[in-house]
Design a protein around this ligand. Structure first.
Ligand code: ATP
Length: 199
């Protein structure tokens, strides 16, 4: 699996539609300070479901929408899409190519799409679980992140290893099953109380 392309429109400094095509090997993005290099990584984070404006170096989510320049009016929406080559089927989806897109309007309305079909944020998150690509993954190492990992709590470091080992989805499923079991236990308790009253 590899990132084939990135499409950006109205996201941060990228007002016009822009498509980055990535070939095999290593791609470097270079440019003067403030030209938008980090905005490219932010766009990838965002389309993968980032919910924190702070992680995207903004104060509020609306800050990711192109806010205009002296010569250009602000835009009303931001759109980012990534296309991944999935011919090795590392992503558990029956397509050789997977396009994940996210769009948000100034009104706050937003949508996620997987291969053109509307979906939930949860679907995007689940698609990338245990691949290292998700927003919690390690495919994007931000400035200062290595220091944070090294000096962080052992539990935080463990999360990284869990993701690499591919066991996060099982941990999540276990947590959901335990929660459901707990609820059922409480229901059973209530039923027993009612039965005791009737008898
Ligand atoms: P450096 O090399 O200094 O780290 P960089 O190339 O990584 O810089 P970025 O931090 O990606 O640059 O981009 C910063 C630029 O993006 C600034 O000029 C800022 O004005 C612009 N920018 C950020 N958000 C928006 C927005 N919502 N609308 C328009 N421009 C924006």
């Amino acid at each position: 699996m590899y990132l084939k392309s990135l499409e950006i429109q109205g996201f941060k400094s990228f007002a016009n539609k822009l498509v980055f095509e990535f070939k095999g090997g290593i791609t470097g993005i270079v440019g003067p300070n403030g030209s938008g290099k980090s905005n490219v990584a932010d766009a990838v984070r965002w389309v993968l479901g980032e919910q924190s404006a702070k992680q995207l170096r903004g104060a509020k989510m609306e800050d990711i929408i192109f806010s205009g320049t002296q010569t250009r009016k602000p835009l009303g929406f931001a759109y980012v899409a990534i296309t991944l080559d999935n011919s090795d089927h590392q992503l558990a989806i029956d397509y050789d190519e997977v396009k994940v897109a996210r769009r948000v309007y100034r009104s706050g309305e937003s949508e996620y799409l997987i291969n053109g079909t509307n979906c939930r944020l949860k679907d995007v998150q689940e698609l990338f679980l245990d691949t290292g690509i998700g927003k919690e993954g390690y495919s994007i190492i931000g400035q200062g992140q290595i220091d944070k990992i090294l000096s962080g709590k052992p539990e935080d470091r463990r999360e990284l290893f869990d993701e690499a080992a591919g066991i996060v989805k099982f941990k999540k499923r276990k947590a959901t099953a335990e929660k459901n079991l707990d609820e059922e236990k409480q229901n059973l308790c209530r039923i027993n109380d009612i039965l005791a009253e009737i008898e």
